[in-house]
Design a protein around this ligand. Structure first.
Ligand code: PMP
Ligand code: GLN
Length: 378
């Protein structure tokens, strides 16, 4: 069979997590919390399962969850999405990203990808016959060169993929970034998929500037979220897409035939749980403490570190330690010192030698401490 994705192998997350398990290494590679979700959430799911909410949910998501999402979004960002026509519940952000890209991209369309980019973006573009066009961010700053973006936009540009807070770099967009993007596209036929799955994880007093908060951008953007990151439930695979009606109509046509609908009892549970603001309001402080604990543990290490601005990932430069390619080093560290990380070059379309590793600090304090101790001996 001729491959439709000839350049795609097994994702790095699977490769590194498998190696970590086989070797017994501390797994700071794949991004998932090393602790459980709130017991209340589990009780709510159990409650709805026992009440018999176990058959297909409506295609767009159960009404109470769509309403709760619209309400929370309005309170948080001051933007009103109609729960009936503009909010769609999906099987994780991954599905939402794929559905949104599929709704927009036709063969030959160019799609701007800001790299390093989350690994599901480019396959989604290519499976739809789109052509990824890369804007490259470089360490240690990873800030966006808007002149470079301007130069990449052509008459064929149909979509831009945005991710803030950013995986893997932890970089966070400012209002200036929003304005710059709006200036570039306001008179063009360009749509946006904005992956905001880390919307509640920001550090050092930063705020999340959702693309929906800019009127020019809001009209053209599919905002994608995930409950996995916010409530420590990555294994439940539940997310959503907020988009103006005309975009949501097309989004739902794809979602309808990708998965049709999403796990019913969990949707009801989340509709209840979402009404409490504390869990997501406390998330930034919760993760900032963990980031700082990890950074503190690495103080005497030879890594060069710029603290993450958001997300639960910390990147580090190992240029002062070794010349090895990042992939080789990630494998060696797992095998030899028992700490697994993600080599950041895999998030770029071409090999590079930036010498950056990504560590996930969504782990128990003692685990982070032990990992930092081991890494400090390098
Ligand atoms: N986008 C980014 C930037 C992510 O980091 C992740 C998952 N870690 C996803 C999308 C996928 O989210 P989900 O598990 O809800 O599909
Ligand atoms: N998003 C997670 C990460 O960046 C992993 C998700 C996955 O394994 N597909 O590590």
């Amino acid at each position: 069979l001729a491959s439709k994705l000839p350049n795609v192998g097994t994702t790095i997350f699977t490769v590194m997590s498998k190696l970590a398990t086989e070797t017994g290494a501390i797994n700071l590679s794949q991004g998932f919390p090393g602790f459980d979700c709130a017991p209340e959430l589990v009780s709510l799911v159990e409650h709805y399962m026992r009440k018999g909410f176990n058959q297909y949910a409506p295609m767009t998501g159960v009404p109470v969850l769509r309403e709760a999402l619209a309400q929370k979004t309005f309170e948080q960002y001051g933007v009103a999405y109609d729960p009936d026509t503009e909010v769609t519940v999906t099987s994780g952000a991954t599905e939402a990203i794929f559905a949104a890209v599929t709704a927009v991209v036709r063969p030959g369309d160019e799609v701007l990808v800001i790299e390093p980019a989350y690994d599901s973006y480019v396959p989604a573009i290519e499976l739809n016959g789109g052509i990824p066009v890369y804007v490259t961010l470089t360490p240690p700053d990873y800030s966006i060169d808007w002149q470079a973006v301007r130069e990449k936009i052509t008459d064929k540009t149909r979509l831009i993929l945005v991710n803030t807070p950013h995986n893997p770099t932890g970089h966070v967009w400012t209002t200036d970034d929003l304005n710059k993007l709006a200036e570039l596209i306001y008179d063009r036929n360009i749509w946006i998929v904005s992956d905001e799955v880390y919307e509640h994880i920001l550090f050092d007093g930063r705020t999340h500037h959702s693309l929906m908060t800019h009127p020019v951008l809001q009209e053209r953007t599919f905002v994608v979220g995930s409950f996995g990151k916010t409530y420590h439930i990555t294994g439940w695979k539940i997310g959503y897409c907020l988009a103006p009606k005309s975009l949501s109509v097309e989004f739902r046509k794809i979602h309808q035939y990708l998965t049709f609908s999403t796990v019913t009892p969990i949707q009801y549970a989340l509709a209840d749980y979402l009404k409490q603001p504390e869990p997501y309001q406390q998330l930034s402080a919760f993760y900032q403490r963990k980031r700082d604990l990890f950074l503190d543990g690495l103080r005497s290490s030879r890594f060069t570190i710029k603290p993450a601005e958001g997300s639960f990932f910390q990147t580090v430069s190992y240029a002062a330690i070794t010349n090895e390619p990042d992939y080789d080093l990630a494998i060696r560290l797992t095998n030899e010192i028992g700490v697994a990380a993600i080599p950041v070059s895999v998030f770029y379309h071409q090999k590079n030698d930036y010498k950056i590793l990504r560590f996930c600090f969504a782990k128990e304090d003692a685990v982070l401490q032990e990992a930092a101790d081991r890494l400090s001996k390098l």
